[in-house]
Design a protein around this ligand. Structure first.
Ligand code: ATP
Ligand code: MG
Length: 396
């Protein structure tokens, strides 16, 4: 298969925007007699004039050959999907060998380690916009599947038959929603129809991969869009019924408000919020609502013990009803963060700033979460500053 080739004049990728370490890896592989390209999201983002999150490399070199070229800096990882990690200080570059998956097979892919050529490697990728190769030696973009035109048209389309591609790997449906949320592209009609028809297939995927995509989206700056689309296409209902209930109920505005603040933080600052804070942003508004309902029913003020109990049973309910299991550490920190909010801002009395501060980092996370709440409710700004000052005074 011959690719369509786009020259530097046409694609206008500025090679200075490509990570120098990624270029070094590609040149070393080429010197070793292999072909190697920049692939996937990195090329897509460069063409969209966005800063790529990572630069992935694809090569004709087999994992062992990559290891031979890069020695100690190279670690071969993965069983389901074997690839090489090449370390440059704290940065890790992923190098994968061209694969020749069977794009026509409808069975679930459990392993994908069948080596192939560049044009075969493209066919096993998910969407046309993710199937472009960039060759830094000729400074050209190689397009085997019409991804370049789709990118210009702002169109999301699977490579090959969408039904087959979603059945092979249902996580691709979540990835589709992720790209739609992030870029606001249109979805090709056949691709969208197939996703609607295949949505239940998502239950066959590996829960850990789904959870990773969800957390990545909570960190992406487009999480509010993402949750709205997950709700619209019923994935929230299938995967996280508790969140579905809240995001589709009468307090959905509050739920989205939290996500918008998280998005704002991730867009404006380079920091990534801790994953327990991200989970707390989903759980805390539900807890607040449940507390209001419960105290109205009881007509009695809630005690701190009641809150601890409610938070525990809420988190247990979310864990058991969700398709994915949340790591225990994240659950326990989220619980700490949510209950501590009722010490930082007690329901019925003033906060007692003289409270001894737990020194561990969960307290810092709780304070960070209070700051996030104060971005939603400006009345909390002062109490957040008071807590921060009290803590700093004590630390001196
Ligand atoms: P991001 O910007 O979130 O990193 P990405 O497209 O780069 O998005 P990665 O998970 O880094 O996503 O994957 C790199 C590339 O590998 C993709 O662009 C795509 O070509 C291919 N890929 C990733 N996941 C799949 C999948 N489930 N099925 C087929 N190809 C995939
Ligand atoms: Mg990527």
């Amino acid at each position: 298969m011959k690719p369509q080739i786009y020259t530097e004049e046409e694609h206008q990728i500025n090679q200075e925007h490509v990570d120098p370490n990624a270029l070094e890896v590609i040149f070393r592989l080429k010197q070793g007699g292999h072909s190697a390209y920049l692939v996937g999201g990195g090329v897509r983002d460069l063409l969209l004039q966005r800063t790529p999150k990572d630069f992935d490399i694809s090569t004709s070199a087999k994992p062992e050959e990559i290891k031979q070229l890069f020695g100690k800096r190279c670690l071969l990882i993965g069983k389901r999907f074997r690839l090489a990690h090449i370390r440059f200080g704290s940065q890790i570059l992923e190098v994968s060998t061209f694969r020749a998956g069977d794009p026509e097979s409808t069975s679930l892919i459990v392993r994908d380690n069948h080596w192939g050529c560049a044009d075969e490697d493209v066919l096993r990728r998910d969407f046309t916009i993710n199937g472009l190769f960039y060759d830094p030696t000729t400074r050209t973009v190689l397009d085997y599947i019409g991804g370049y035109e789709d990118l210009k048209r702002r169109m999301l389309r699977t490579i090959g038959d969408p039904h087959i591609r979603f059945k092979q790997d249902p996580v691709r449906m979540i990835r589709l929603i992720k790209f739609r949320a992030r870029f606001d592209f249109e979805v090709d009609h056949r691709t969208e129809k197939a996703m609607v028809q295949c949505k239940e297939e998502i239950m066959k995927s590996a829960p850990a991969r789904v959870l990773e995509e969800i957390f990545k989206m909570l960190e992406s700056g487009s999480s509010a869009n993402f949750f709205a689309l997950m709700l619209q296409y019923d994935f929230l209902d299938i995967l996280f019924p508790c969140f579905h209930h809240f995001f589709s109920g009468s307090f959905s505005d509050v739920a989205y408000h939290y996500l918008k603040i998280i998005d704002q933080i991730h867009q404006e600052q380079s920091l990534l919020l801790d994953r327990s804070i991200l989970l707390a942003a989903l759980v805390f508004p539900i807890l607040e609502q449940e507390l209001i309902t419960l105290s109205e029913d009881r007509q009695m003020p809630m005690t701190f013990g009641d809150i601890v109990h409610l938070s525990q049973s809420l988190l247990r309910g979310i864990s058991t009803s969700s398709f994915t299991h949340f790591p225990k550490k994240i659950l326990s920190t989220t619980h700490f963060i949510t209950i501590l909010q009722y010490r930082l801002t007690p329901l019925n009395n003033k906060p007692r700033f003289q409270t001894k501060f737990p020194s561990h980092e969960d307290f810092a996370l709780s304070l960070q979460f209070l700051k996030l709440r104060s971005m939603i409710n400006p009345k909390l700004k002062k109490v957040y500053v008071d807590w921060k000052n009290a803590r700093e005074a004590l630390a001196q």
